[in-house]
Design a protein around this ligand. Sequence first.
Ligand code: GAP
Length: 444
Amino acid sequence: MPELSSLDIDKIASLCKRRGFIFQSSEIYGGLASTWDYGPLGVELKRNIKDHWWNRMVWERDDMVGLDSAILMHPDTWRASGHVETFTDPLVDCLECKRRFREDHLDGETCPECGGELSEPRMFHLMFKTHMGPIEEDASIVYLRPETAQGIFVNFNNVLTSTRKKLPFGIAQIGKAFRNEITTGNFVFRTREFEMMEIEYFIMPGDDENIHKEWITDCLSWFKDLGIKEENLRVRQHEPDELSHYAKNTFDIEYKFPWGWGEIQGIANRTDFDLAAHSKMSGERLTYFDDATNKHVTPYVIEPSTGVDRTVMTVLVDAYSEEETLSASGKKETRTLLKLEPCIAPVKVAILPLSRNEKLTPLARSVYDLVRNSDSITGHIQFDDAQSIGRRYRRQDEIGTPFCVTVDFDSLDDNSVTIRDRDTMDQIRVNIDTLVSELTIKLK
Ligand code: GAP
């Protein structure tokens, strides 16, 4: 794989646009800064990542349940959680070129763009505000949630009484969050509207340090199962001065992006901060009755929290690859491919008739129906008969389709087709009767 420079993020963004992964939001009006829309393939990729996470974190465990809470919440939620008071970033302006920066993201004391003098930092609030109801007054202010976590904390009693879970147990949620970031950029890495996959894992106070370590291991292994190369992942502990107001200790899982290491997941020990704060503000006791001691305890919380869009960005960067190959006529050319794990690839299998010949099409269509109606292969199956077979292979490589099935003229006689492997370009011939079982094994 070539070394990606920060410029190459433009290459990935351009592939994403060309092939229908990610588009600039409101592009026909000139776009809206750092907001993005997911196209036909992007939506499949994103959905596969979320499903993979939900399978692993909820369905495969018996100590987890799910939740889908509202984006708009009672404004007291954000007073209790400390966000109204402290969810700010230090903003500095360059007095020369007028650009704005987050002070904590700067290495030096001058403007990184023009070397100009910087203003004193001002604290800038990150929560988006809107008004509920017809009258725009202070009393009607509500916030767009900057994390999904608070929806989990305020529902603690509801989930506990409806599920009768015992400690330790967790609540998982996937949903949108909004932050009025000062500096955005690097494509979908930092945006103002994004999706999060969060877990609040409730435990007995005192068990926090061990369970924190277990979650770090589990989360790292989840990223590796997405196919992300181990050498591009690391765990970094927060310095005391970077800890959020609620955290006793936090570890970030970071990825080696072309511009340097960047956080893809935060795993925080939030202690009993949130449940205690909401108990106090609401007057509702958010505790757990411990049968062993006959006492109410306020559970501690370990919180693995990751961005869906940032995970999309990570798998795209990690899977992007360029290889020198020879064309059919012997000319050197560059093959671009996304080496995505089959579990997250937006298209699992493409069925390609060698040509649009009227004899081939019915057989190719029946192979397409066979694969997409099979019980053992789930996900998007594509039928593609436009353009030359070489171009279609190149297109499928570029969108990360792990396997192409080619129906050719021999298929009419021998009832066999060719399975082409995206990464090796090796081709094997299989009988149509065994095609589904062959693909099922390969897609596992
Ligand atoms: N509830 C904990 C929490 O919100 P965080 O470290 O601020 O923690 C968690 O965010 C994750 O959400 C990050 O690791 C990142 O993957 C994602 N994230 C945060 N801000 C983001 C943004 N502006 N754009 C895209 N993803 C973001």
